[in-house]
Design a protein. Sequence first.
Length: 160
Amino acid sequence: MSSTGRDEAAVHCALVTAPIDTAALLATVRSDASGAVSIFAGTVRNHHRGAAVDSLEYEAYGSMAEQEMRRIAAEACGRWELHGVAIVHRTGHLEVGEVSVAVAVSAAHRKESVEACAWTIDMVKERLPIWKREKGEAGIRWVLGDDSPGSAAGWLERRK
């Protein structure tokens, strides 16, 4: 057993349809050796590219998405000395304010925890076969890939 009290990092990856419990996710990755636990929780916002959004629908290629989550977690453990990594993504219908994706990471120190958490969510957004359809004042739009500012993602529209 290592000085961290673990032989290897605890890893939890899942697609879920129920609300994501971020407190439970933190408990999943935390250990007595962890001096830092970082979490990212992506929530449904009420706007996108200047238009109001009422809700989102997420669809996933389930088995492939969970397999890729495990790969991402393993890569994070290879890049940083982590105690735990958890990746959870929700599918189905989500309302504004609900958590759609969460990543939690624990490590002995803040720098590793924060860097690993940021890298992990970037990889989730880039690599998972998960698609979102937004519904709002602009009609129904499929959002393709990472839709954050500066990304090359686009969207497909179907007016009401």
